[in-house]
Write a protein that binds this ligand. Structure first.
Ligand SMILES: [Zn+2]
Length: 438
C-alpha cells in the first residue's frame, strides 16, 4: 500500500485532461509516460499506441504461458477537469489525506483503479500464470475517436479471454459490487426556429409563433405525469434480479431535497438501470437578466437519453427523433443533430471468469459481492463486447458514492484500492487453472 499511495500521488499530480480545448496536453502525456515506466518495471513489454484523437493508449503485455488464457486489465488515466477550484478543500492535483480518505481529481475515477491494477501485478511479483494485456486509456472522459476506433481497426491487438474493466465500483465502502448492466446513451441537439428574428411580444404576441414555447412543448412530451421517459423504453421490460436499491440511500446519494418526490414508478433499481431516462442537459434561450419583451425566434436544447439494455442506441435515437417530430407544434422548423451514441451493456452474470472473479472478490472483502447496475455508459465496454463477443467482460472498481467522481473533492478509500487489488491478484492466480482455452 505505501507503493500504491506513492503511485497515486504521482499520477494525480499530472493534469491529464484529454480535451486539448480545456487544458494543455502535457499532463496527459506525462501521465502516460509515468505509467509506461511503472509497467516496464513489472517486466511487461510496452506497446503503447497513439490514438486518432492524439491521445496515447498505454499498452503493456506479457504473452500467455502455453494453454493459458489471456486477461486484459483496463482503466483510464485521463480525468474530468476539476471544475470550480474554490469548491475544493485541498489542491485537486495533490493527493491529500483527510479522514482516512485520499483526495484529488482522479483519485477514484479512474487513477485509483489504475493503481489497483498496478498493485495487483506488483503483488504477483512476476508469477504470471495468464497472458496479460494492460490497457490504460487516455481519453475516456472526452468523447473523441480514441480507443473505440482503434479496437475496430486493429481488434487482434487487444483480444483476450477475460477483460477486467476497472472503471466502476461498489454500492458503499466495504460492500463489494460487480456491475452487470450499463445503460448506453444518445446525445442530441434540437434547434427550433419560427421567426426571422425576435419581435415585440406586445405587438405580435398571440399570433407570432414562439420558438421557445415550441421547444418547451417538445421537451415536455419526453415525460409522462410521473416523470417516466416516454422514449427509449424496452419493449419487454425486465426487472432487476439483484438487491434492490434502498430509497433512503438513493435520496441521500442523489441529494434529493426533503419533501421532493422521486420520479418514475416501480423498484428503484429498475428505474435507474433497466429503464430509459431523459435529461435536458443544456438549453439556449434568452437569459432572464437583460431579457427584452420579445418573442424568441429560435431556441435549442441538448438532450441526453440513457438507453437501457434491450434497446439499441439506434432504436433509441430513432424513437427520440420521431417523438420530436410528433410533438413539434405549429409546423415550426426543427433541426436535429445526434452528437454521440453508445450501446448499453448487459453481462450474462455467469461464466468461468465471472465466477472466478466473484469468488476472488468475496475472499478479498470477506463478504459476498452484490450485482449492481450502472446508469452511465462506458463506451469502451460496448466497443469490447462488439469486437470480442466471446470474451467475458467484468466491471468493478474502487469507486463508491462517497468518491464524488466528476465533482469537487473527489476521493478514494484506500481500503477499496487494497481490496480490489487483492481480488485481482487472487483472480490472476486462479483463472489459468480453471479457464478452458482453445
Ligand atoms: Zn471513469
Amino acid at each position: 500500500m505505501p507503493n500504491a499511495r506513492s503511485d497515486l500521488a504521482t499520477l494525480v499530480s499530472h493534469r491529464s485532461i484529454a480535451n486539448p480545448e480545456l487544458a494543455p496536453r502535457d499532463g496527459n502525456s506525462e501521465a502516460a509516460s509515468f505509467l509506461e515506466e511503472a509497467l516496464a518495471m513489472l517486466e511487461l513489454t510496452i506497446e503503447s499506441r497513439d490514438m486518432p484523437d492524439g491521445t496515447r493508449t498505454v499498452i503493456a503485455s506479457a504473452s500467455a504461458p502455453p494453454d493459458a488464457p489471456t486477461v486484459l486489465l483496463y482503466s483510464h488515466y485521463d480525468v474530468q477537469p476539476p471544475g470550480d477550484e474554490s469548491a475544493w478543500l485541498s489542491d485537486p492535483w495533490e493527493l491529500t489525506d483527510r479522514g482516512g480518505r485520499w483526495y484529488a481529481r482522479g483519485s477514484a475515477d479512474s487513477k485509483g483503479n489504475i493503481v489497483a491494477h498496478l498493485t495487483a501485478l506488483r503483488a504477483l511479483d512476476g508469477d504470471l500464470r495468464c497472458g496479460i494485456k494492460v490497457v490504460f486509456e487516455g481519453s475516456e472522459e472526452w468523447p473523441s475517436p480514441g480507443l473505440e476506433t482503434f479496437v475496430q481497426e486493429a481488434p487482434e491487438t487487444l483480444d483476450a479471454d477475460a477483460m477486467l474493466i476497472a472503471d466502476c465500483g461498489s454500492p458503499a465502502v466495504d460492500e463489494p459490487g460487480l456491475t452487470t448492466s450499463l445503460r448506453g446513451s444518445v446525445v442530441m441537439v434540437v434547434t427550433v426556429k419560427t421567426l426571422e428574428s425576435p419581435v415585440h411580444s406586445g405587438s405580435f404576441g398571440g399570433a407570432a409563433p414562439d420558438a421557445l414555447a415550441a421547444l418547451i412543448r417538445i421537451l415536455d412530451s419526453f415525460w409522462d405525469e410521473r416523470g417516466t421517459a416516454t422514449v427509449g423504453q424496452p419493449a419487454v421490460p425486465r426487472g432487476w434480479t439483484g438487491k434492490e436499491v434502498p430509497e433512503s440511500r438513493f435520496r441521500q446519494d442523489a441529494g434529493v431535497l426533503e419533501g421532493v418526490d422521486l420520479v418514475g414508478d416501480g423498484p428503484l433499481a429498475d428505474r435507474i438501470w433497466l429503464r430509459s431516462s431523459i435529461t435536458v442537459v443544456g438549453i439556449d434561450a434568452p437569459a432572464v437578466q437583460g431579457s427584452l419583451p420579445a418573442i424568441p425566434a429560435s431556441a435549442r436544447a441538448r438532450i441526453a437519453l440513457r438507453v437501457p439494455p434491450g434497446v439499441t442506441a439506434k432504436e433509441a435515437e430513432q424513437g427520440l427523433v420521431a417523438q420530436i417530430r410528433r410533438a413539434t407544434p405549429w409546423n415550426a422548423e426543427v433541426e436535429i443533430v445526434t452528437q454521440a451514441a453508445t450501446e448499453p451493456f448487459a453481462s450474462p452474470g455467469h461464466g468461468t471468469a465471472f465466477s472466478t472473479f466473484r469468488d476472488a472478490v468475496r475472499d478479498a472483502y470477506g463478504r459476498e459481492p452484490t450485482e449492481i447496475g450502472e446508469g452511465g455508459a462506458i463506451p469502451v465496454c460496448s466497443a469490447f463486447s462488439a469486437a470480442y463477443p466471446s470474451a467475458e467482460i467484468l466491471l468493478y472498481g474502487v469507486e463508491e458514492p462517497l468518491s464524488a467522481i466528476h465533482s469537487p473533492n473527489e476521493s478514494v478509500d484506500p481500503g477499496e484500492i487494497e481490496r480490489i487489488a487483492l481480488a485481482e491478484c487472487l483472480f490472476l492466480m486462479r483463472y489459468a487453472g480453471v479457464a478452458a482455452t482453445g
